[in-house]
Design a protein around this ligand. Sequence first.
Ligand code: GZL
Length: 343
Amino acid sequence: MKYKTRFRKITFAIVLLAITAGLCACGMFPEFEADIEENPESQTEKLIVIGYSQLGSESIWRTANTASMQKAFTKENGFFLIMENGRQRQENQIKSIRSFISQRVDYIVFSPVTATGWDTVLQEAKDAGIPVIITDRMIDVADESLYTAWVGTDAHAEGKKAGQWLEQDLKKRGLQYEDINIVILTGTEGSSAADGRSAGFKEVAQRYDNWHILAEGCGDFTPAKGKEVMKTFLKEYSDIDVIVSQNDDMTFGALEAVHEAGLTTGIRGDIIVISFDATREALEMVKEGTINVDIECNPEQGEAVVELIRRLEAGEEVEKKNPVEEEVFSISNVGLHMDERTY
Ligand code: GZL
């Protein structure tokens, strides 16, 4: 009895299949066939899947950097973007990278919140055969083969530009032999952006015995912490001549603290202000003279990363290190660049 039932079931299935195939062939399910006809290559054209770990959303600059990546990694450009926010914590970014590995993405792209601590997870990505592209900040790994390429900003060069600008400005004002008291608001601890800018600035500062770095304090690239640290500096030192603030967001907080202390800043002020990022809001302040100079840090990196991936997909060799273009803005040239600034 059981055998007969099974036989009947198989026969029914075969007949049903034959009818369906026949109906398809004579166009009984046009919507299905239409899918194939309209997008014949849709069955073959594969989107490149990108697992992207952005370090956080701590600043105006970061928002622009994220937007640049989202604008580049679109379906129209042939990409499927999986983006995760690390909320400024390395463990979140490591979790995201591990999840991208288990999802077998085609590329992992990430902006590292700090420079060290990536060797193990990048070895896992390498073992899984997934290329890693680093954006924005740099990492410090024992084995550079753990990442395929880097597209980002040269923090050390930015710091050096800040020192060289101060050299020139003091000379222009005839102050090059005066005692110059400097405080530094540093960015996220252990980040290549903060460490690079500090090292680059100090490379110039060490040439001058009359330049005194009174204090350095971590403002973590945010306005609130920038203000908090600047307030402690103003309580401790009555004769600050220069503020070196490693991003515009911290500068905005620091300016509030300085003005609340009854002091002024800028080209006609009590304190010289050197800032980094060159966001539109800060460039407006350069134009009106309350910030003396802004060292550009270019967040528009998405297109360059897409270009790299296209070349990798074509089997081409790519440069390991790909720094983006960056300028220095002071009252003498800021007017020429205001309109093009979108962030
Ligand atoms: C620099 C970038 C820094 C910016 C800050 O490349 O990592 O992080 O200077 C941002 O505004 O928070």
